[in-house]
Design a protein around this ligand. Structure first.
Ligand SMILES: *Cc1c(COP(=O)(O)O)cnc(C)c1O
Length: 358
């Protein structure tokens, strides 16, 4: 069935005005076109189409609106100085999304076809890939269950779509370290739950803690494990690293943590620089002790949006623990620079991570 998934094309008759690159922000503007395909139990994936960006209508009873059958991905297209467009590890995003589909009782999709559709879509809307330093085109593949039925069971009908939004440089005001509150009231995910997949409900459930952290002057929350409230899991919607003595430590992917592609890239880059990397449980007490003894050199969060986000201060039980005097550390800066250079095609693609569009 997947073999005959042709992608049809309907071009927009009028093109949108593009916002100026200084005003992009994140996720506010959308390009001229989107990709959409449908799935049902009889036909599998069908009606794959690149079409003008538009609303679609859904029955108010749709599965996604009541029981949250929704998964998504986030990746970016980058414009190099010589006007080539690159994607960063897109196959890893689609494979991760297929794992999420299985976990959420949703249909898997053919990665090669969808990658072809994504490349075609980015190429068609290539004028939307910003040229400004640090800016990029954010890509949001999404799958939702759309049965008009209130019984609790996996839907028989799904939509898969990709929308795209030009985004400004994350560090418009420079690469500035964040203040993070350790969250002791709520947890993000439990082992055996769905914390390791990008499914919509995880993000709804995290909003209250993140709003409360903002009220306390923090940028984000540091999540602890749900059982013992002891081991570090993630920061906001990013993975977390600590540089203690000369070792880079990050929590292991043991079921409640999202396996970030940036996380994996940081591990592999650091190892290629002969930096010792440990994926192991790390408790908040160990981090506080390392902070007190001076062994904690740096901490940073990783994710597609910001790539590397240095942590300048931890707030735990109302005590403040500055990290590297609130300054960006050398390892954070080096990783950021190198990853950006790879993503924008400014350095040799020696890991095979970048995919050229067009
Ligand atoms: C998306 C996400 C990340 C980062 O993943 P990347 O692939 O690096 O963008 C980390 N944690 C959570 C909870 C996420 O949703």
């Amino acid at each position: 069935m997947w073999k005959d998934l042709d992608i049809s094309l309907e071009k927009a008759e009028t093109l949108k005005d593009m916002p100026s690159v200084e005003n992009l922000g994140f996720g506010r503007y959308f390009t001229d076109h989107m990709f959409l395909m449908e799935w049902n139990r009889d036909q599998g994936w069908h009606n794959a189409e690149i079409m003008p960006y538009a609303s679609f209508s859904m029955d108010p009873a749709s599965t996604v609106l009541h029981y949250g059958q929704a998964i998504f991905e986030g990746l970016k297209a980058y414009r190099s100085r010589d006007d080539q467009i690159y994607l960063f590890r897109p196959t890893d995003n689609f494979e991760r999304m297929n794992n999420a589909a299985t976990r959420m009782s949703m249909p898997r999709f053919p990665v090669d076809h969808v990658l072809k559709a994504l490349k075609g879509l980015v190429y068609l809307d290539r004028r939307w890939v910003p040229a400004a330093e640090g800016a990029s085109l954010y890509l949001r593949p999404t799958m939702i269950g759309v049965d008009p039925f209130l019984g609790l069971k996996p839907a028989d009908n799904y939509l898969f779509y990709i929308i795209m939004s030009p985004v400004g440089a994350y560090y418009a005001e420079g690469f500035s370290p964040t203040r993070i509150c350790v969250c002791t009231d709520y947890v993000r995910a439990v082992k055996g739950g769905v914390g390791d997949v990008k499914t919509a409900g995880n993000y709804a459930a995290s909003m209250l803690a993140s709003e409360q952290a903002k009220e306390r002057g923090c940028t984000q929350v540091l999540w602890l494990d749900a059982c013992e409230r002891k081991y570090i899991e993630e920061v906001g919607t990013s993975n977390i690293f600590f540089s203690i003595d000369n070792t880079l430590i990050t929590p292991p992917l043991s079921g409640s943590i999202l396996g970030g592609i940036t996380r994996n890239s940081v591990i592999r880059l650091a190892q290629s620089w002969d930096i010792e990397v440990e994926e192991r449980p790390i408790s908040i007490d160990e981090v506080i002790e390392a902070s007190d003894s001076g062994a904690l050199r740096e901490s940073f969060a990783t994710g597609t949006a910001a790539v590397i986000s240095p942590v300048g201060e931890l707030l735990y039980e109302d005590v403040s623990y500055p990290i590297n005097d609130g300054q960006t550390g050398p390892l954070s800066a080096r990783l950021f620079k190198e990853l950006q250079a790879i993503q924008y095609g400014h350095t040799e693609n020696s890991f095979g991570w970048t995919v050229k569009v067009g």
